[in-house]
Design a binder for this molecule. Structure first.
Ligand code: HEC
Length: 168
């Protein structure tokens, strides 16, 4: 998926549903010329343009240009290394990764991705339980830098938030 909806705004009023979807198109290489592009879907004659900045009840996910670069890198890394076993919102072979930064500190996630076997062998209770819960399926180790793993985390967090908005 090369496109992520990272800003969603929904207002409901007088039978008119106006949906302002800000979609940011990210190239795989992380080259971003425009920080964001707002697509306005106008479903009512009287609604006019919806300026998402003026929408009151809005959940927004905003990424700075620097974060977008991280996101694009994370997306590429995730798709080529993790997606065969993980999705953000759904369990696949491994757990859904949404909320991972609430479950585990970033340092733990970095250690884990570099070597799940080491973390399990260290006796880490969370890891051991997870491994048992997933019928001792061994996640492979990844020879990634801390930064690359952090990029994947940015991707997961953004996808998770966009996904939550989409499912509202
Ligand atoms: C071959 C399948 C496979 C691949 C590829 C894989 N994982 Fe996993 N992952 C698992 C399984 C299975 C678990 C559950 C723990 C276990 O059985 O070891 C897991 C657990 C995790 C957890 C802990 C989840 C939680 O809810 O606590 C994280 C974080 C994680 N993986 C991240 C990644 C990332 C990031 C990548 C890509 C760089 C990746 N995984 C690639 C199979 C995989």
């Amino acid at each position: 998926m090369s496109q992520a909806t990272i800003r969603g705004a929904l207002t409901v009023g007088m039978g008119v549903v106006a949906c302002a979807i800000g979609a940011v198109f990210l190239s795989a290489g992380g080259l971003l010329h425009e920080p964001e592009e707002v697509v306005t879907v106008d479903e009512g004659p009287q609604t006019g343009m919806v300026d998402s900045l003026e929408v009151q009840e809005t959940d927004e996910i905003e990424l700075s240009p620097a974060e977008m670069t991280r996101y694009a890198s994370g997306e590429t890394l995730f798709n080529s290394n993790c997606a065969q076993c993980h999705a953000v919102l759904d369990r696949v072979v491994g757990p859904a990764l949404a909320g991972i930064t609430k479950r585990r500190p970033e340092k733990w996630i970095i250690r884990w991705v570099k070597s799940p076997a080491k973390v399990i062998a260290s006796g880490d209770l969370y890891a051991v339980k997870l491994y048992e819960d997933y019928e001792r399926q061994q996640m492979p180790s990844f020879n990634m830098s801390d930064q690359e793993i952090k990029d994947i985390i940015v991707y997961i967090k953004t996808q998770q938030n966009a996904g939550m908005l989409a499912r509202n």
